[in-house]
Write a protein that binds this ligand. Sequence first.
Ligand code: AMP
Ligand code: MG
Length: 422
Amino acid sequence: MNQKPAPEAVDCDTPEPTQLKVAEARKRLIETVSPVTGSERVDLRQSLGRVLSTPIQSALDVPAHTNSAMDGYALRSRELSGNLDQLWPVAGQSLAGRPFTGSIPTGGCVRIMTGACVPAGTDTVIMQEQTRASDGGIRLLKQPEPGQNVRAAGEDIRRGDLVLKPGHRLRAPDLGLLASLGIAEIPVIRRPRIAFFSTGDELRSVGQPLGPGLIYDSNRYSLHGMLQALPVEILDMGVVPDEPTEMKSAFRQAAAQADALITSGGVSVGDADYVKATLQQTGHINFWKVAMKPGRPLAFGQIDDCWFFGLPGNPVSVMVTFYQFVQPALLRLMGTTPTMPLTLSAQTETPLQKKPGRTEFQRGILSNSRSGRLVVNTTGSQGSGVLSSMSRANCFIVLAPDQTIVEAGAEVQVQPFHGLLD
Ligand code: AMP
Ligand code: MG
């Protein structure tokens, strides 16, 4: 991995801090992070979600043979007399995988099924429904267009064509496409190793007893879930207490093993200053104040050659900052080019509370109204600790910095969480 200078610092402790815009923070992250090196070959079935490391060229024509798009009869269009009384004797049949190998007398045809090879010399298939059986042959109910219902060899892909580019993240249709080219082993970029831990003396992991003032660590589990959706190796380092020596050693340990480290908590202004000091001693870390809600504080930089993302502590902030910043940066790390999240316009059915100044990522439930319009409803309380708001939501309602209270019925921008084919 290339050691790059960390981007310019924007300190959140200065009295009038420069707030970074969401798009600017995202751009800086994507531009700074570089892809991991190293690739491997994986079985086609294991390649879903992985990123191609080399171009895929086709060694075959697809379709491999000129074949029929319909069940019907193959004939030579030059033998069409234009007269529907013409009798076409049937010389044999061509089934998918069992081509017709005989010869067709002048004026004859061959019974053919969908996907079967079009017999040599024939160029047109008339669909079965446009024929009738008579006198040991068939008669046509309609004059076919020459060439109709015939799929030419190489019509989809020609031998030598570039089919998929490096950096492409493989989805279900790509697996089918690669299979149709007979490719069983796929060259992919190695999975980056992502370490993560939670910081906070108040945190206990599930399975441990809670004492007074203690809470269960939820961030590590939502992070685990978000990371599992990506082609990365996951290294869960547990909870690290708010203690400088332990924190420093955790950072060092992560940096020695991982391509990136994600932490939660300990980056807000109120936190013990040593977190910041520890980080700055260990690597090049900047503390950003992003003009967004939730998730204003964000730390980003490098510890040796390990990228570092320090997310806020509040559970919703963790998820919002992960999706807006860390996920695009990780996509870059895994060798693909992140695209902007899909944004749609929807009509809000509930009024939305908003103060001017920051981009807000409110949680919403997007649906189709009875009349087919896209409508969105708030999930209710929008506190940055209200994780159930994320759990109920299927989209972010993205409100621009200058927006204030939004009336019911107004158009708002939404980012759906899932597409059909992810
Ligand atoms: P911090 O940024 O460390 O001050 O944390 C902000 C808030 O998020 C505090 O209320 C923390 O208790 C809470 N918090 C921090 N980390 C976690 C975590 N891993 N799971 C649940 N809540 C957390
Ligand atoms: Mg904390």
